[in-house]
Design a binder for this molecule. Sequence first.
Ligand code: ARG
Length: 403
Amino acid sequence: MGRANKVVLAYSGGVDTSVCIPYLKQEWGVEDVITFAADLGQGDELEPIRQKALDAGASQSLVGDLIQPFIEDFAFPAIRANALYEGRYPLSTALARPLIARRLVEVAREVGADAVAHGCTGKGNDQVRFDVAIAALAPDLKVLTPAREWGMSREETIAYGERCGIPAPVSKKSPYSIDLNLLGRSIEAGPLEDPMVAPPEEVFAITSPMSETPDAAEDVEIVFDAGNPVAINGQNLDPVAMIREANRLAGSHGIGRLDMIENRVVGIKSREIYETPGLLLLIQAHQELESLTLAADVLRSKRQLEMQWADLVYQGLWFGPLKDALDGFMDRTQQHVNGVVRLRLHKGNATVIGRGSIRSSLYVPEMASYGSEDTFDHRAAEGFIYIWGLPTRLWAASQRTSS
Ligand code: ARG
């Protein structure tokens, strides 16, 4: 009689997803709730979370280490695409969702589930990302979304949980809603709902407050190969280590905090605080290297397509046709993005102070120079400008005669 027999629930260990377990069983007649918790480098202890799901009534509690695919297959493409939603947010939360959805579907297949479930509410972006991704990957799987339908307030949810033996959140309850992974943290709700209220220092965890940043500037050199960051300060790093090191370096100088009003998919504006030090540093460096290595028209087209790439990832369309097509463009351009960028980190700012590329630079010193090595034909400019300016001269003349 239930909505499904066997359900794989995306599990974070928080109150909402914990309450989903007894709710699915008691209210919707699900027999087996199998939870899946993803390790995305958020630094939480996974074993207590695994146990918590069992305590809440899960028949199986699974955890999966997704850190490497998260960085290699989701974060690095975002760096290559310089993906910044609305010009600012580097999609640290959004990028994780299609990966979790993909793994959720795989687990559902492995255990023979007839549905998957998540604990997203009805006004966020994450529900969109999960639902669309699951529908694309497994159209036959039902998606159960208790938190979108139960209509309980936060207090009622906690009370429901307590009746089912799920302890209320311990310690002094944080008023914030926080999502975190190796790419960074997003913080919303509580006092932040007033857009005029400055974010209190307590919301930050991986970027230093300005008062604790070093007084001395620190220079870093980041090497890219085919658009991927591969070394920092002469040290070759695999993708996961690269993100960790970039987080450490930028974070220690207080770089990577954002405070913005963001347009959600469901049409509402929300106030978001982010700290994504490494990702922002790497994107800044990557953009700079592209300015040296990509032709002007490719660069201009790419900047427009980057916006579309960021939009569609934000909007949950990772597995859609535009993403696939844009990736073709991005990958082709990245063959040329090889070289090094030097940045100076100091007091919340990363400033590019140098860029170079032996293999792929389009900067030609004999063309650019005003010195004796200059080989540019200055006289050729006259004919070019005569024709270039022709429409302007004709139009200006017509304005004079018609007035
Ligand atoms: N607004 C961001 C996004 O849509 C982050 C939302 C994450 N959730 C949270 N509870 N802070 O990608």
